[in-house]
Design a protein around this ligand. Sequence first.
Ligand code: GLU
Length: 368
Amino acid sequence: MVFAPATCRRLIVKIGSALLVDGDGGVRSAWLADVARDIGTRVAAGQQVAVVSSGAIALGARRLALAKGGRASLEDAQAAAAVGQIALSQIWAQSLADAGLTAAQILLTIDDLENRRRYLNAAATLERLLSLGAVPIINENDSVATSEIRFGDNDRLAARVGQAARADGILLLSDIDGLYDRNPATAGAQHIARIERIDARIRAMADGGSASGMGSGGMASKIAAAEIAGHAGIDLAIASGTTGRPLSEDARHSIFTAPRTRSRARKNWLAGRLVVRGNICVDGGAARALTKGSSLLAVGITGVHGRFQRGDVVDVIAPDGQIVARGLAEYDAGDAARLIGLARDAQAAILGYAPRSAIIHRDHLVLL
Ligand code: GLU
């Protein structure tokens, strides 16, 4: 079993179009019922599971009788996705209900995860759904995403969702059981079971394009997904979904192991990718609490500088002027300033709404 519940509390499973939809554009319902039962078994064992499901375009193309599986043009793909997504949600809701589970739909565009404010909101929604035992069914919002703002493939979407959901593992179910050192159709192709570092040699093993011609992924986008997952400290596996119960069977797969230092990866992500929009000065007690793993609370703040918004990156400055931490602000600068030095029970009256648990939550904070 890849990513057993005992060692992987939160799992993202990505399911490609070729697994869900048959060559005629119909749903492979018996297979889906098995997968839903598999997910049910894992949730019962204490694992939280979110699914990134493709299939909208393939399903919609058949209903609209579009050529090339609905992928002849962006307009076709968007129309197909709009029609197919309704069918896809219904199928998932029904299959999971039959397995005793509650499905929840989330449709995302790239901006929802790149924009920090929306990233935090998406992360909070995922967190809440998973903690309630629901199974989020996620897809790209293809019908509105134009070419510049598209992921285009659900492999990278799954990796970003894994990052937002702080998953422990990402499982890409495909029509192939992992990475081979050359085109798997060629004689002598070797399966690679474990990849600890993605370098030019590994990238060269993936020749773009999808074997089934139905999805848009192929091995190149799976490796790109493994890189994103690795930066976030999350292991990613590619396994074949063509078996009867792909989650419970112990079938051959390739695993890309992430560096064990998750905080390091998060630090790189925060330090490397985002523009710092402001500073929050704190007292000595708060600075010490941060180094012990606490969130930054309003009571320890002494000053707020800059014009940041909720979700922007801010630096935390200790009394000696040193930057001690960097993180994503839970409040706009204006609201953060109004909370300076206040204990939690005094905050609601000032804000006019229920206060968040912190100014910077420890899950979105790295020490520098
Ligand atoms: N979002 C697309 C769909 O639902 C699939 C993208 C992909 O093939 O990875 O059809």
